[in-house]
Design a binder for this molecule. Structure first.
Ligand SMILES: NC(=O)c1ccc[n+]([C@@H]2O[C@H](COP(=O)([O-])OP(=O)(O)OC[C@H]3O[C@@H](n4cnc5c(N)ncnc54)[C@H](OP(=O)(O)O)[C@@H]3O)[C@@H](O)[C@H]2O)c1
Ligand SMILES: *[C@@H]1O[C@H](CO)[C@@H](O)[C@H](O)[C@H]1NC(C)=O
Ligand SMILES: *[C@@H]1O[C@H](CO)[C@@H](O)[C@H](O)[C@H]1NC(C)=O
Length: 341
């Protein structure tokens, strides 16, 4: 019995014979598209679930180097400070609340007694020249191996742009963008001198998917992605790794989510994944954004799915709907609290 595929009566077969170059081109295009999809998918899954990233030793762990962590008083930043200390760094923690920073320091003292610590109390919303000068003095003699630009601020609740208080816009821009530039500019010369360093910029999916009702925050995080990619290319030849850490929800005061789930890790689990996957794009590998990584496994899968679907418009409307309902709930909660007082 002849194979169906050799049936010369089939319209596709006669079409192929009549257009040999065009059909060869289409076959090549199809194969290329499929191969590209398969290879990228393999990269995402192997990096996310199998491979380990660059060792922190390359950035001075256990060799007396310092890690500088902004926003280290709570949440993700505190966890970076503690885990970097455990990995063998001395740690400088910066934020506004001295008492909370002190708590971070005592956590470090009990988790990694060999680590030295320094506390810098600074309000990154203030563009305060004197504060940056004093920060520069504090780090002048330090061998800095790691900088984590983690301090960040979002809107109090999802709000239409026209109703967003000017002070909130100013604070978000100052903390999420200008402070990152200023602190990075102060630290990079230390890293250049020693020809090694790691800069982690803590970004958000809100920078990848434009987020209605969080417009200012969303744009500030998109800024971080582009800044990281440009800076990363500049610093790579000098042995300095820049990584924009693409983050979906994490349990914290900012997300207002208290219970962990598959999609929402604790800061501890999240930071562990970041530090285990340094230099690997993981979930960001599918769409190939240089110097961006989506290291936590479920966040990586979401990032991969967004890349495969490639439907940003749909994601924007989904996010808009989500934020409308979050706002409604937040307003109701505020009302209840007002009544109780
Ligand atoms: N949690 C999430 O779901 C999520 C998702 C995506 C991205 N992220 C990003 O992750 C980073 C950490 O967020 P988080 O969830 O850990 O939030 P968080 O618990 O609210 O912590 C924010 C940190 O930033 C510091 N900070 C805020 N305003 C500051 C200011 N004016 N000057 C100096 N430090 C300031 C805070 O310290 P003080 O109050 O003591 O100043 C605190 O240590 C942020 O960049 C955030 O955008 C979080
Ligand atoms: C939330 O912030 C308060 C201080 O503002 C801090 O004591 C608490 O640990 C934070 N919660 C989380 C989950 O980080
Ligand atoms: C933080 O710790 C330092 C050094 O131990 C201490 O001098 C300072 O009073 C503490 N500050 C707060 C607000 O707890």
């Amino acid at each position: 019995m002849p194979l169906v595929i050799l049936n010369t009566e089939l319209p596709l077969f006669t079409w192929t014979v009549d257009h040999p170059w065009l059909s060869a081109f289409l076959l090549a295009l199809g194969s290329f598209t499929f191969l590209r999809f398969a290879v990228k998918t393999a990269v995402v899954f192997s990096q996310t679930f199998l491979l380990g990233g660059t060792s922190l030793k390359k950035f001075g762990a256990k060799q007396g180097a310092w890690a500088v962590v902004t926003g280290a008083s709570t949440g993700i930043g505190r966890e970076f400070a503690v885990q970097l200390a455990k990995a063998g760094f001395n740690v400088l923690v910066a934020a506004r609340s001295t008492s909370s920073l002190n708590e971070t320091v005592s956590e470090i003292a009990s988790a990694a007694s060999g680590s030295q610590t320094k506390v810098v109390t600074i309000d990154l919303s203030k563009d305060d020249e004197a504060a940056y000068a004093s920060f520069a003095d504090t780090i002048a003699a330090l061998d800095i191996g790691v900088l984590v630009n983690n301090a960040g601020k979002s809107h109090e609740m999802p709000t239409d742009f026209v109703e967003t208080p000017k002070s909130e816009m100013d604070d978000i821009l100052a903390i999420n963008t200008r402070a990152v530039l200023r602190i990075t500019a102060l630290v990079v010369p230390h890293m250049l001198q020693r020809k090694r360093g790691l800069i982690l910029n803590i970004g958000s999916f809100a920078g990848e998917i434009p987020s209605p009702m969080l417009a200012t925050y969303s744009a500030s995080k998109a800024f971080l992605a582009t800044f990281s990619a440009a800076l990363g290319a500049e610093l790579k030849p000098h042995g300095i790794v820049v990584e924009h850490v693409n983050t979906y929800f994490v349990v914290s005061n900012m997300s207002k989510i208290r219970r962990a789930s598959a999609l929402v890790p604790t800061p501890r689990a999240f930071v562990r994944a970041v530090l285990a996957k340094l230099g690997l794009p993981c979930g960001a590998a599918f769409t190939g954004r240089p110097h961006t990584s989506t290291p936590f496994w479920s966040h990586a899968l979401v990032d991969y799915a967004i890349g495969v679907l490639g439907w940003t418009g749909g994601m924007v409307s989904y996010t808009h709907g989500l934020h409308k309902s979050i706002r409604k709930r937040a307003l109701r909660k505020k009302e209840r609290e007002a009544k109780r007082e």
